[in-house]
Design a protein around this ligand. Structure first.
Ligand code: CO
Length: 199
C-alpha cells in the first residue's frame, strides 16, 4: 500500500535530480510562466501530459477532465481557455484523447451513475451524430477506438468555435488547435490531422 510519504520522498529525489542537471532551474521557474501550449487531456492516470510529451515544467498549461471534454457551459475549462488564450497567449491548443478511455467507453454503454452520467452527456450526442459510422465498424474494438478518435475531433471543432479562440483569430494572432490521440499500448501519440488555424 502507498502512503503520502511515497509522494514526498519522490518529490525530494526529483528536486535533487533536477538541480544536479540545472542548478538554477527552480529560480528560473519562479520568475513566471510562458508556455506555448495549452493541453486539454483526459484525467486518466496513465496519460500524464508532461511525461508522454516529454516536456519540462513550464512548457504546457494543462487542463484535464474525464474524457477531455470541452463544454461551453463548463466554467473550469472555459476559464482555463480564457487565461491560456487571452493572457498567456499560447500558440497551440492540443486536445489529447486516448484509446481505451473509460469515459468514452461508459458513454457507449447504457447508464453510468450520478454526476458522471451528466458529465458524459455530450459524448452521447457525439455518438448519436456518428451512429451510422460507428455501428458499421467491423468489431467492437474498432467502434470503441473510432469513438475515442471522434470525441477528440469533435472537441477540436468545439474549441475552434469558442469565443476566446475566435477572438484571437480576429486579432490576427497565431493560434492553432490540434487533435492528438494516445495509445496506452504503444505509448505513442498520433496526430489526427484535424488541426485548425486562424481564419
Ligand atoms: Co480517458
Amino acid at each position: 500500500m502507498s502512503t503520502i510519504e511515497k509522494l514526498l520522498d519522490g518529490n525530494k529525489a526529483w528536486v535533487e535530480r533536477v538541480k544536479n542537471k540545472q542548478p538554477d532551474f527552480f529560480e528560473e521557474q519562479a520568475k513566471g510562466q510562458n508556455p506555448d501550449f495549452l493541453w486539454i487531456g483526459c484525467a486518466d492516470s496513465r496519460v500524464p501530459s508532461n511525461v508522454v510529451a516529454d516536456v519540462q515544467p513550464g512548457e504546457l498549461f494543462v487542463h484535464r477532465n474525464i474524457a477531455n471534454i470541452v463544454s461551453p457551459t463548463d466554467l473550469n475549462v472555459q476559464s482555463v481557455l480564457q487565461y491560456a488564450v487571452m493572457v498567456l497567449e499560447v500558440e497551440h491548443i492540443v486536445i489529447c484523447g486516448h484509446y481505451g478511455c473509460g469515459g468514452v467507453g461508459a458513454a457507449m454503454g447504457d447508464e453510468t451513475e450520478g454526476v458522471i452520467d451528466q458529465w458524459l452527456e455530450p459524448l452521447r450526442s457525439i455518438y448519436n451524430d456518428h451512429r451510422a459510422e460507428l455501428e458499421h465498424m467491423g468489431s467492437e474494438q474498432e467502434r470503441y477506438d473510432r469513438f475515442c478518435e471522434l470525441n477528440v475531433i469533435e472537441q477540436v471543432a468545439h474549441l475552434s468555435e469558442s469565443r476566446f479562440v475566435r477572438q484571437a483569430w480576429k486579432e490576427g494572432r497565431e493560434l492553432s488547435v490540434h487533435g492528438l490521440i494516445y495509445s496506452l499500448e504503444t505509448g505513442l501519440l498520433k496526430n489526427l490531422e484535424v488541426s485548425v488555424s486562424g481564419t
